[in-house]
Design a protein around this ligand. Structure first.
Ligand code: DC
Length: 222
């Protein structure tokens, strides 16, 4: 039987950094489910379709095949109709598109099996917004990571700068707050902790301390 660890939480709480490191330590596969929503957001963006136009986005799903694969270093690659879009989906525009399309029930249904299939055969640490509540409700361990909006915006800002993107902090903070609102107020699978999730606040904590703390929780539970 494979083991699944679910990590949910708002944008910038440190999910991907922590999950990636922990997966490496534990020998699990790290699955970033946000990348799937981002790929659909990118497709709609390229077609000039608004993320809020539910019917139009739903109609596009017939044309889309999204797959996750892993390179020889175990790093996740996102394929959109066979094209590696792993880098192209990490822009502020596509973040907002992903948040918008993720509120569409047909989009969530479209991506459900892809996510569940990954956890059937492999030990995974899967991060997202609804992994513990919807995608893998039987996960062995569920963690809900959170931090203040200002801390999360600062981390995202630093990451975008490090990636060579031109950004200003106020814009990043505004996007974080807007995405939190969208992600937690949508009708379907809103961002919220599972009843049996362990709550972990990473505000004002450096990355290594959070990783140590999370690794201890994981080792105690698997
Ligand atoms: O984790 P991320 O920032 O890459 O996610 C991009 C968007 O996708 C996010 O705003 C909400 C959505 N998402 C979701 O609804 N459910 C998931 N399991 C993962 C992401």
């Amino acid at each position: 039987m494979s083991i699944a660890i679910a990590i949910d939480g708002p944008a910038g709480a440190g999910k991907s950094t922590i999950a990636k490191m922990a997966a490496k330590e534990l020998g699990f596969i790290y699955v970033d489910t946000g990348a799937l929503y981002r790929a659909i957001g990118l497709y709609a963006y390229r077609k000039g379709v608004s993320g809020d136009d539910r019917d139009a986005v739903e109609a596009l799903l017939n044309e889309i095949k999204v797959e996750l694969s892993f390179n020889d270093k175990g790093v996740q690659i996102v394929l959109l109709n066979g094209e590696d879009v792993s880098g192209l989906i990490r822009t502020p525009e596509i973040s907002m598109m992903a948040s918008a399309v993720s509120a569409i029930p047909a989009v969530r249904a479209f991506l459900l099996d892809t996510q569940r299939d990954m956890a059937h055969t492999k030990n995974v640490i899967m991060d997202g917004r609804d992994i513990g509540t919807v995608v893998l409700p039987d996960a062995k361990l569920k963690i809900f990571l959170f931090a203040s909006p200002e801390c999360r915006a600062k981390r995202r800002y630093d990451q975008l700068l490090a990636d060579g993107k031109e950004v200003n902090f106020e814009d990043v903070l505004r996007d974080v707050i807007e995405r939190d609102y969208n992600d937690s107020h949508r009708d379907i699978a809103p961002l919220k902790p599972a009843d049996d999730a362990i709550m972990v606040d990473t505000s004002d904590e450096d990355r290594d301390t959070s990783i140590e703390r999370l690794l201890k929780i994981m080792r105690d539970h698997i």
